[in-house]
Design a protein around this ligand. Sequence first.
Ligand SMILES: Nc1nc2c(ncn2[C@@H]2O[C@H](COP(=O)(O)OP(=O)(O)OP(=O)(O)O)[C@@H](O)[C@H]2O)c(=O)[nH]1
Ligand SMILES: [Mg+2]
Length: 310
Amino acid sequence: MSQKRCGAVALVGLPNAGKSSILNALIGQKIAPVSFKAQTTRQSIRGIHTKEDVQIIFVDTPGLIEAEYELQTYMQKQTLTSANDVDVLVWVSDVAHVLAKSAHKTLDLAHLKTLLQRLNREQKPVLWVLNKIDYLSDKSAMLPLIEEVARLNLFSAVIPVSAKTSEGLDDLFSELAQKLPEQEFLFDADAVTDTFERQIVAEFIREKALAFLDNEVPYQIAVTIESFDEKRKDDPKKPLVEIEAVLYVEREGQKKIVIGKNGEKIKQIGIAARQEIELLLQCQVMLKLFVRVQPGWTQGVKDLKKLGFV
Ligand SMILES: Nc1nc2c(ncn2[C@@H]2O[C@H](COP(=O)(O)OP(=O)(O)OP(=O)(O)O)[C@@H](O)[C@H]2O)c(=O)[nH]1
Ligand SMILES: [Mg+2]
């Protein structure tokens, strides 16, 4: 029997690079919130993928930014802690972004080096993933860039992928597998995540708030699950999970915006979130959303803890 390999890999990088999308694509199920807006991920979330003799625990992390308020400080700590806890790091970049910058000679490789040093004090192997290659009509456009970066000796491999089409993800998995320690699996072979369903549900609701609300409002929303009633989940006639969640905002004015005229906005968020949650829980869901004001919650450690950022 061949020896099993198992280990943890953190997906790190700038906001919006597609880290959460890659996690979802790798495990074949959506557990991490995704949006076209930056700073979607606030808390690290783990997805597990097992193939033959290899099990990889992927850790999705918040994108790296300069923190300006307490919530962002919390997010950055999540990323640093996750990077410390794993065996291998994957630096994810948006290929279109990187190519545009390198074409204009604004790609700051020294800055990249500094960011990586901050994340990788123990000098673990780092892979560079160029994501969103589905955007490229000519993939050879990446070659000069890959050669330039190879000369820096920062990365043990460069792997072009697309979370959208899954192209390159098998290569990523195989490359990572070689870098993991030989040891028994830490989870069952069919496990997908060890993150609580409640947390994923709260994140899906926040994801829809990001999708349907503009400006700073969605960034000042925290979602808590007040009740998660599974009593009727195994009802053979009509399986149902009943969920009540609260969207916390910072100000009265924001509460009005989230609710919308005649409650239209919150209804829209609720319908979209319910559809996503039903896919996750594989049964019908009754979702009730409430909006409350917690003044300045993004600014204070005490409020953050109260709202589940521990
Ligand atoms: N075309 C294309 N779009 C992608 C791909 N991967 C991600 N996206 C899009 O890029 C945007 C950002 O994706 P996320 O997965 O939320 O990015 P992230 O790196 O987790 O972002 P943060 O959580 O803010 O750090 C979303 O609109 C995704 O749909 C890809 O391979 N191809
Ligand atoms: Mg994310």
